[in-house]
Design a protein around this ligand. Structure first.
Ligand code: GLY
Length: 383
């Protein structure tokens, strides 16, 4: 009897769309699968039935977890390249944890305004990096204010695996990284970052973070009004995106996540955003789902953003609905100032459903599954 139930879930699950934001809890999903099952039994000949059974390389457990259907999602267009590296791990049956580390390492190695050592410096001219990682057992590790180390995400993983702690910062994190064999890189800005920094130095204006980093192009006058704490667009024309966050489910149905950034360009020295903070920039609960965020870190921290999304998903909300609720909470807190900030959340649940929501238009996320590989524009509240 039990075996048959599993078979029926396998069969009917193939009718389910991946993006089922409306199917917000397992009861609904089960009802849907039962309807599909009845339809299927009515219309299938025995031979077709048998052949479909043998094709079922993945299944849904009684708790609604999909197994054998890996998925990886990550923030922004750089996520497309990062997902490819994560996918190699997932498709060969590897752990989601390895996938999310390998994935964001790609972005850390690329020239990117806001991730890795090539990124824009703080206002004193130093690149300082933040990262965190979390696995299916609620193990987590984090580094912040880390300088001259190429892969902060791997140091965060080492903190998780080799120390009794969750977080190491600054020179202590660097000391730990060196002791673990990570090379100490040259203290030097990339040529792009040097150019951007020299431009910024012309005014050296520092304003509080009232920005809309990822939104659509805005008139020069508005850009000036918001100041250069983190310009809308860099002089190179590149968007000042701030983070790569990645969450993934492996073939065993286990979840993990990673998040890595240089933070806001030309930030006050020592400033941290949400990205290295477990519960803010990233949270994973293997019973429920995984969530990451991008945008104005201060405003993600004040609502314990990614953790809050997960708790709403635990109550039965779809990933998209949960992300939307926390975006609305931030908007409520910020009031009129919400027009000047961008925050976005991106989440996956145990059924492999994904969803995102942003304050402003312009956020997109990259998705890779067996079936699709693309950039998806997120829903948003404000133009
Ligand atoms: N979300 C990245 C930061 O605020 O630093």
């Amino acid at each position: 009897m039990f075996k048959h139930q599993i078979y029926f879930f396998r069969l009917s699950e193939s009718f389910l769309p991946l993006f089922d934001a409306e199917t917000s809890n397992f009861e609904q999903l089960k009802n849907k699968t039962m309807v599909d099952r009845r339809k299927f039994i009515k219309t299938s000949a025995f031979t077709g039935f048998a052949s479909l059974l043998t094709k079922g390389a993945w299944s849904m457990t009684e708790t609604g977890t999909i197994k054998g259907k890996p998925i990886v999602i990550s923030t922004w267009d750089a996520g497309l390249r990062a997902n490819k590296a994560a996918w190699e791990v997932l498709v060969s049956g590897g752990r989601a944890l390895d996938a999310v580390e390998k994935g964001v390492m790609v972005t850390e190695s690329e020239q990117n305004c806001c991730v890795g050592l090539g990124a824009n410096p703080d206002r004193d001219g130093f690149v300082t990096l933040d990262a965190c990682i979390m696995d299916e057992f609620s193990n987590c590790g984090s580094v912040a204010f880390l300088e001259r180390i190429k892969h902060p995400i791997s140091v965060a993983r080492r903190v998780m695996e080799k120390t009794p702690h969750v977080m190491l910062v600054g020179s202590g994190a660097q000391q730990f990284a060196i002791a673990e064999g990570f090379p100490l890189e040259e203290q030097k800005l990339s040529s792009e970052a040097q150019k951007n920094y020299e431009n910024w130095l012309k005014k050296s204006e520092y304003k509080p973070p009232v920005i809309n980093v990822e939104s659509q192009p805005v008139p020069q006058a508005v850009k000036q009004e918001h100041g250069p704490f983190a310009p809308y667009k860099l002089e190179t024309g590149e968007w000042n995106h701030d983070t790569i966050g990645m969450v993934a489910m492996d073939t065993n149905g286990n979840l993990s996540g990673s998040c890595t950034t240089s933070g806001a360009g030309f930030k006050m020295r020592g400033r941290l955003g949400d990205s290295p903070i477990i519960g803010a920039g990233l949270f994973v609960d293997n019973e429920v789902g995984a969530c990451t965020s991008t945008g104005q870190g201060e405003d993600v921290i004040r609502v314990a953003g990614s953790h809050s999304v997960i708790e709403l998903m635990r109550q039965g909300l779809s990933p998209e609905a949960a992300c939307k609720k926390i975006i609305e909470r931030i908007i409520k807190i910020k009031g009129a100032k919400a027009k000047d900030i961008q925050v976005a959340f991106l989440a996956v649940n145990k059924k492999g459903q994904v969803g995102a929501f942003a304050i402003h238009k312009g956020f997109s996320y990259a998705i890779k599954t067996n079936e699709i590989e693309k950039l998806v524009p997120s829903k948003f509240i404000m133009e």
